[in-house]
Design a binder for this molecule. Sequence first.
Ligand SMILES: [Zn+2]
Length: 291
Amino acid sequence: MRLFEAILAANQRWLNGERGARVPAEVTSALPIAALTCIDARLNHLLPDVLGVPEEQFIWLRNAGAIITGPLSSTMRSLALACAVKGAREIAIIGHTDCLVGHTTTLQLLDRLAALGVDRSRLPPNLVEYFGLFATERQNVLRGVECVRASPLIGPKIVVHGLLLDVKTGGLEWVANGYTAPEPTVAGTAGELFARADQTLETLGQIGNFATSELKLPETRIGEFVSTARDWLHQAEHVAAALAPAAPEPAAPPPPPAAIPPPYLHDAGTSFSELVRKRLRQRKTESNRQH
Ligand SMILES: [Zn+2]
């Protein structure tokens, strides 16, 4: 049994009422772990107890939303030092349910900052990028894991996991299992983007007459500029979040690459906007057929 498998097992015992459940001695040589979590105060009494690891073996990094803004960000610097100086060999990005950062849109944030006397003109132009706002907790964990894995500060010997913690029950679940996670592939990344694009278009469609054609689509080639497409999506998601009535966050994880319909995988030479438009036309045909 490996460390985080033991942690998930200890968490299960904790959920079953065995308070103080600990990981078995056979895995303790893999401690300490370095974990990034949100600043949410509801986590204070849960961690590291629900993981079954002793406090002195839990290197706890926190920021609002458990967000990693870049491969060389200050949080990445601390994670790298947790490994190089403090001896962590496994990193976990631990998101949590009901994260207020995740539920805050840029418009709400601007209102709240304005109420505190913060002038919009003095804020960075791209608020989503600067504050790292996200649409779903799960998605944010995946992005974080991806970012840590891609960071030049983290060597290939470090295992990176993504987990989601239920603040009501203390239950943990995998978002990204670092022992089995395949190397992210362009096809997989494009597939994830399309799953999200689909979800976002769905939300925008439900809002009513929102003209999706007005969203400026980036002219970008999948496999070359996936990050541009990702930025566009991120903005579209926030438009959707800002315009949508208070709806529950879509909780479904993006489908694994194998489940993605073949056209997405073979369209590497097609531009992102062409593919999104194609999908929009497809959706329109589908919805016409239903009416
Ligand atoms: Zn939070």
